[in-house]
Design a protein around this ligand. Structure first.
Ligand code: SAM
Length: 213
């Protein structure tokens, strides 16, 4: 996802601290107490411009959503979207998901979403894929015992790689869908990429997995 450099992004994030957590490591182990109160915590990794997290927050006001996005000039658009919609059950973090264990305590998260993650098709970039086993180890740690991970993508190669990676890790595949939109699931909230690729006629793949306890 490309975004123009936004020299004002730092100030904008600082000015919107009701939505943006600038020092997320300080919340490790205390997210529920400090941020979500009694609400379950759902985490989206690679939030992009925020269409999914805003739509989910609208659909599920009794859940608190945390979005992590690596690129500052992109997360700014997510902040704008969530702010315009006046959602109070969203927190956005400008961080690299490599460091998830610094941000969340074991068993702190109820659900994880990976939406249209970068596929990194070259073998030498395998470690960057968000379903590489080092990432799965972190997801297993921070997810509650019956917590789930939901992945959506248009990329067949990443989907196949992820299914193998989940299986080798000992995950249970609760659902594997090769054409999500054929299900006409009214609860499905589309991401920016999902809209773009499905408009071109590409099938959208989805799986839901549980980690071994
Ligand atoms: N999820 C959005 C969607 O479906 O429209 C955006 C998809 S875009 C292809 C992938 C996004 O993940 C980009 O915004 C990218 O900056 C972010 N990303 C990639 N690696 C990341 C990481 N390690 N930590 C946090 N965000 C990451």
């Amino acid at each position: 996802m490309r975004a123009r450099h936004k020299p004002w992004a730092d100030d904008y994030l600082k000015d919107n601290q009701e939505l943006v957590e600038l020092n997320p490591v300080e919340n490790k182990g205390k997210w529920q107490q400090l941020i979500s109160k009694d609400k379950p915590l759902h985490l989206e990794i690679g939030t992009g411009k925020g269409q999914f997290i805003e739509g989910m927050a609208a659909q599920y006001p009794y859940i608190h959503f945390i979005g992590i996005e690596l690129v500052k000039s992109i997360i700014v658009s997510a902040v704008e979207k969530v702010k315009d919609a006046e959602r109070s059950n969203v927190t956005l973090i400008n961080e690299d998901a490599q460091d998830l264990s610094d941000l969340f305590e074991d068993d702190e998260i109820d659900q994880i979403y990976l939406n249209f993650s970068d596929p990194w098709p070259k073998n030498r970039h395998e470690k960057r894929r968000l379903t590489y086993h080092a990432f799965l180890k972190q997801y297993q740690r921070i997810l509650k015992p019956n917590g789930e991970l939901v992945l959506k993508t248009d990329n067949r190669g990443l989907f196949e790689y992820s299914l193998v990676s989940f299986s080798q890790f000992g995950c249970t595949l609760e659902e594997v869908t090769l054409d999500l939109h054929a299900l006409e699931d009214p609860t499905n909230v589309m991401t920016e990429y999902e809209e773009k690729f499905s408009a071109k006629g590409q099938p959208i793949y989805r799986c839901r997995v549980q980690f071994p306890i």
